[in-house]
Ligand binder design. Structure first.
Ligand code: GLA
Length: 371
């Protein structure tokens, strides 16, 4: 996927249609019931993004290295079928609730709700038919020097067990600097819980290029939320100091990954929520930096969210094949999911994920790339 193309670091590039007015839209495939799934391709500031109407999936994200060599730095598939049948959330929008809700139930205003369970007894990433599995309405837009896509979906009351009709709008923006920004918005007609995120699997050397254990990662968090054997937070944040969870200074992802720490044993690696030092903020603030020393490509994550799930690709097991034609094995990518904390609906001490009629859920995450 690497092609030397030095001159493309500026402007909107060739992924616009002939008039230059809007991103290229093409048929990507069809679902079993005949529903057409489209792929949108857009480019700005040297970043190229391909998005599917299915799951709002980032099917590829290409960025250059210092020599202008592009690589697709996110794991995915070439065709629609594996996204439907076996994808571990590659590139997908996640909702209504990112990460786990213990035992797939919670109580709100005295009423107990039973959710779709898909992870042992837990509900993970919104259940079996989460936002990664629905077809989104997609509208391209152009604003000043930005280009982007506006994705909307209305989740019916009771879908996957969650109360309230949830109207969701997610905006993907590519800025003239090549940043990929995500703005999430949601409203409800009944009290509910919401925690939206994006599940891109990053490999800054390029998908299919092998392990990311040599990538260097920094996370601005002095605490994380330890889990039990079901990967449900115990509810008591712990200090990262003196543990493998200390990423306050950049270190290779693989440096402490083989420590026989009970937390790493439970999750087969890192799959935990970091309690970001900045807390929830009105504007996105920088919380993580990922760098591939080989290519020099660097990703900076800024968010309004109070938490970050760092997942070290523990469940990739060599059974999935990417667009490169190569298999994905354990540790071949990592996820940095900005979020509220897992199982918050059952953890009164965690920042609240409750959304009520009249309120608007808002969350922003910005991915900046440099090399
Ligand atoms: C999240 C979860 C992981 C796993 C991956 C997808 O990161 O925390 O446990 O489910 O998604 O496989």
């Amino acid at each position: 996927m690497t092609a030397p193309e030095g001159g493309l670091a500026e402007g909107r590039g060739p992924l616009f249609d002939e008039s230059g007015a809007s991103p290229v839209k093409e048929l990507f495939g069809k679902l079993a019931d005949g529903t057409e799934i489209h792929r949108w391709s857009l480019e700005n500031g040297g970043t190229r993004l391909r998005v599917l109407s299915y799951g709002g999936i980032v099917q590829s994200l290409e960025i250059p290295d210092a020599e202008g060599r592009y690589a697709n730095v996110s794991l995915g598939f070439d065709t629609i079928e594996p996204y439907v049948s076996e994808s571990p959330y590659f590139g997908a929008l996640i909702g209504r609730y990112g990460n786990r809700i213990g035992e797939g139930r919670f109580t709100l205003d005295g009423e107990t709700y039973a959710l779709s369970v898909n992870d042992g007894g837990n509900s993970l990433h919104g259940g079996v038919g989460g936002f990664d599995k629905v077809v989104w309405e997609v509208e391209p837009f152009e604003r000043d020097s930005d280009v982007g896509l506006c994705l909307t979906y209305t989740s019916p009351d009771g879908e996957m067990g969650f109360p309230g009709t949830l109207a969701v709008k997610v905006t993907y923006t590519l800025t003239s600097r090549g940043d990929w920004r995500i703005d999430y918005e949601a409203t409800t007609d009944r009290a509910t819980v919401v925690n939206l995120t994006s599940h891109v699997y990053w490999n800054l050397a390029g998908e299919g290029s092998g392990s990311v254990h040599h990538h260097e990662l920094e996370i601005a968090a002095g605490r994380y939320t330890p889990v039990d054997a079901r990967l449900i937070p115990t509810g008591e944040p712990a200090e990262v100091a003196g543990t493998p969870f200390d990423f306050r200074r950049a270190k290779p992802v693989g440096a402490d990954l083989r420590h026989a720490d009970q937390q790493l044993l439970y999750a087969k690696g890192f799959d935990h929520n970091w309690v970001l030092d900045k807390g929830a903020t009105a504007e996105p603030e920088k919380v993580a930096v990922l760098r591939d020393p080989g290519s020099g490509r660097m990703l900076m994550v800024s968010t309004t969210e109070p938490g970050l799930q760092f997942y070290s690709g523990n469940f990739l097991d060599g059974t999935l094949v990417g667009p490169s034609g190569r298999t994905y094995r354990q540790g071949d990518a990592l996820c940095l999911e900005t979020q509220h904390f897992p199982d918050s609906p059952n953890k009164p001490s965690f920042p609240s994920t409750v959304l009520r009629p009249g309120q608007t859920y808002r969350s922003t995450t910005v991915h900046s790339f440099t090399c």
